[in-house]
Structure formats: structure tokens, C-alpha cells
Write a new protein. Sequence first.
Length: 290
Amino acid sequence: MPGHARAVEDGRGSAKVERSAISLGEENMVFEETQKGNPHKLTINQHVFPKKSIDRFSDEKGFVQLFRKESSKVIGATSSNSLFCAKRVWDQSTEAGIGKNIEDRFQGLAESILAGSSNVIGHFEKVVVEDFFSLWRTRQKFRAEGLDDFVLEGIEGDSLTKDEQEILERMHVIFCRAGVMPGRFAAGIHVFGYMNTFRQDNQHMQWGIVRAGEGEFIVPDCFQDMMIVPISPKLMIVADQPNSTLTRSEVAVINQTAIDRSTDYYFARNLSQCPVYRDSPPRLHRIFAN
């Protein structure tokens, strides 16, 4: 088994998984720090893939096995680890307003699927899944690229103290300083823009609930252009696929896709239970072949 497949097998077969509740490494991107003690409870560590979703892949002790590409090491990480987060890249309105609304609708659907109450991705479920996938991918883009500040010509802005700025942001109010609006306040506009474009481009796309008959699924930091939404080690929602139960080889193809599309890391409940395979079986070759 070539490439990353071998790295995964080596990592899970011979290397001891290091359990760590601390950060796996801080991002190089500079973020605007809050006042000491963060008195207005602004979200600093913003999850790209939701904490609740990561927790569904955790073992009985609350850890996932995470393979970080930079160090080629498997590490045990909790969903609170800052590697799963951007640092105050988008504003509080996008985090606690738009983002939470999309997340909450998706988590409700995910729980319904896990409970066996929802068995089909129909018209209403399709919107929930696509909005969530678009949000996940957009957050990953924000995390990787950041958001540039805006110079507002002819607008000076009010003279605000740090405390007043944080109060306004907590209330989901945009402000500018000396004619410059912090880039994070544009995040909500981008989220809606990307989401509407994604809906428009995929009006006729159908999604299926896919189950792993054997083995378990790997989750990347983002699937990028592949429309796959993880739910649990045994369940995913996949575009252009009917409801189906996958063979071990087919699970391996999706896992290889997760590895190939990941940027910095990928994780699973137990990597030793996750087959990987580069050559696509015919049934999945059309949508997963590079």
C-alpha cells in the first residue's frame, strides 16, 4: 500500500499513540487578542469542524487519534485541542449567530440519522447538509488564508475603547477604527455568499447516507472539493451516492480520499480500524478517482 497509506499503517501499527490535552501547535497567523481575562466571553478558539462532531469520533476517554502531516506522528487529541480551531478569524456574529444556526440544524439531523429517525436526505435535509458542508469548507478557507482588514474611504469611525469594541462585537455590531474595519467582520458576508453559490451550483445534487459495513471512516481537516460530510465512525453523508452500505474496499477509498484532501491533519476514533486503499473499486471510481 503506497504513499500515505503506508504512513498510516506504520503510525497505527508500530508507534505508540501519544495522548495530549494540550495544543498540538499554534498557528502562525496573528489574531487580535481580547482584554485580559476576556471579560465579554468572545470566542477565541473557533472550531472549523464542530466540537460536537469531533466528539462523535472520540473513544471512551474522549480522545481521537490524529495524524498530523507536518510531524508524521499519531497523537491523541480531545475536541478542545486548538489544532481543530482558527483563532478569532471570524467575528462573534458569524461564530454565535450564522455559524451556530447552521451547526444546530445539522447536529439535529445527524442525531436523527444516528437514532434511525431520518433515513433519507430529502429536499429539506439537503439544504441542511449543503449549508453545513459549505460552512465547514469556508471556515477552513478562513483559517488558512485569514480575512484582510477593510479600508473605508471617507469614514473615520468612532473613537472606541477596547472595552467598548468588545461590547459591540458581543452584541453582533460591526465597528471600524480610524477608517479601517477588522477583516473578521466580513466573514458573515462571505459565509452567505459561498453558501448561496454552493446551493445554486448543486440544485440537482442528491445525497445519500453511507454506512461502513466493515472498518471505520477517517475525517480530514476538510474534504475540500469532495462533497462528503462525516457523522460518526460508521456513517457519512455523500453526494451523488444512494443510501448504501460500503464494503471494506469502498470504505478504504473514502479514507484515502480523506487523507489526500487533508491539509494539515486527519483523525479517526481508531486509525487501526480504518482501511486505506488508492485504487478505486468500479462503483466509486467515477466520483472519487483523482
